[in-house]
Design a protein around this ligand. Sequence first.
Ligand SMILES: [Mn+2]
Length: 426
Amino acid sequence: MLGRNESCIAPQASGGLRVLHTSDWHLGQTLHGRQRHDEFAAFLAWLHETACAEQADILLAAGDIFDTATPGVRTQRLYYDFLCQMAASPCRHLVITAGNHDSPAFLSAPKELLRALNIHVIAVLPDSPAEEVLLLKNQAGEDEAIVCAVPYLRDRDLRSAALGKTVDQREQELAEGIRRHYAEVFAAAEALQRSLPRPVPVIGMGHLFTAGGTIEDGDGSRSLYVGSLACVGGDAFPALFDYLALGHLHAPQKVGGKETRRYSGAPLVLGFAEAGRQKSVCLIDFAADRPQVRTLPVPVFQEIRSLRGDWPQLEAALAQLRPARRSIWLEISYDGEELVSDLRERVDAAIKDSRLEVLRLRNLRLNEQSLRPEEEGETLAELGHEQVFHRCLDAHKVPEAQRPGLLAAYQEITRELLEADPQAGQ
Ligand SMILES: [Mn+2]
């Protein structure tokens, strides 16, 4: 990988326009409390290197640049160092739009300064849709592309009044507002295209959820990363976009099976639900009649795995991973029949002196059960504590063979408690 002060070798002139489409970097994201600066730095270094090696003319980042509205200083530095590197690279233009995770004001603050470096930031929705339409020029100063840089659109951006409306009505209005906005932006792009001496490719950008998209579920990433958002049909985007570069969904995918309408997906695995998934960015060539799209796999900078099973299964999986020389971050979910109270200790022993780290440990056997009254009106106070313990054994479907030992241990603990404080048993 290239160091910060090294620049890429100037590429030979390629046939036509080449665009690199990315989104959802989520710089500054932490995984179950773990900082990921090294991974983000490695990704940005790879992206710079890839943009150079592939001779990309334009780099697009379609929203969710940062994970939070107030990224830390170290994260901001990663971002600005990267912009600096890109500004010095042969990749002429960088177009950045805001996603739902970004603060429009924060992203916009250095906008004018960055414009001088051919870095275009559209984060705050401008007064006129025409201001979202960028005409990018090549080295010779000739027009080479029109980019419709539409940021994440919020209710308030589309000026729809929320008062007295149902959720469905509001979502429908938001979807209509988004559709209208794209139509306006595209009309401005068409007018610009007509004014040019020769037509150039028209590229749309967006950060939103379109119908038919797939999202990861299972660990809260759905509500956290996608949120409640009107789902817009694929027909919301004018068919005349030569390529549509979308962000918001973290799995790379085409929209409606169309080659030229895509979510690049997030470059890093952002939750255990997507552990082991191949991540990619899109490279688009406009040299031929129709744009040709390739996906470039993003290297894995940190291995992340999710293990689930009963204890023998988990033990076997850990034994297999244990000799690995690379660092592996794990989520472990125990779902066996046996009631295991020392899961943490067992796992710690199984990974001792290895490069495995457990970021999330779940005992599903304990979590999925909770006690309910057997009869209506029954209260906990009416039951003896030993009765409650028997109900717990039932609720957790503890096998008969395990019960005498558990009961004896329970009685021993309560006896000691009662001897220490006779009131405790009341
Ligand atoms: Mn995102």
